[in-house]
Ligand binder design. Structure first.
Ligand code: ADP
Length: 160
């Protein structure tokens, strides 16, 4: 049984993340999307809002579950008996950080392997940060995120 954790901030989830999850389901038996909860790093959306948007966007996709991640990823993986971390690689700019993380996680839990999937080219420039910036300035983000996220972003910035 190949079970993998797909950790991230997902603030908010984008079509790039969803593409990675979709591709992951072709090669893995189960993907656990782990939404990092960090009190010190406040995002635009609360952890619960992010979880809710991911669950709505994914619907009941077979083999995919969504959890809140408190604390260290390597500890969570060890406790759950999960030995694969899934991450997305968009461009060379992602590489350095991903490389550091993979090696640090493996030091913390030696059986942990990190695997990478690349998204469809048209999603390769999308990041949560860019989506938030476009939405904040009143732009239409519907081609970058699922409808639930587009609506939430609009509501957030209209209310602000
Ligand atoms: P983090 O803050 O931990 O980098 P993100 O939510 O930004 O979390 O991303 C989680 C994972 O998804 C990372 O591996 C990131 O590289 C990947 N990712 C983000 N956006 C995309 C995208 N457009 N295509 C493919 N992978 C992506």
């Amino acid at each position: 049984m190949k079970r993998a954790l797909y950790p991230g901030s997902f603030d908010p989830i984008t079509l790039g993340h969803i593409d990675v999850i979709q591709r992951g389901t072709q090669v893995l038996d189960e993907i656990i999307v782990a939404v990092a909860h960090n009190d010190a790093k406040q995002g635009l959306f609360s952890t619960d809002e992010r979880l809710e948007m991911i669950r709505q966007a994914l619907g009941s996709k077979k083999g995919v579950t969504v959890v809140k991640l408190d604390g260290l990823l390597a500890d969570y993986a060890r406790h759950q008996g999960i030995k694969i971390i899934l991450r997305g690689l968009r461009a060379v700019s992602d590489f350095e950080f991903e490389f550091q993380m993979a090696l640090a996680n493996r030091r913390l839990f030696p059986q942990l392997e990190t695997i990478y999937l690349t998204p469809k080219e048209e999603y390769s420039f999308i990041s949560s940060r860019i989506v938030k910036e476009i939405a904040r300035l009143g732009g239409d983000v519907s081609q970058f995120v699922p409808p639930v996220v587009s609506a939430r972003l609009k509501a957030k910035f209209t209310a602000a």
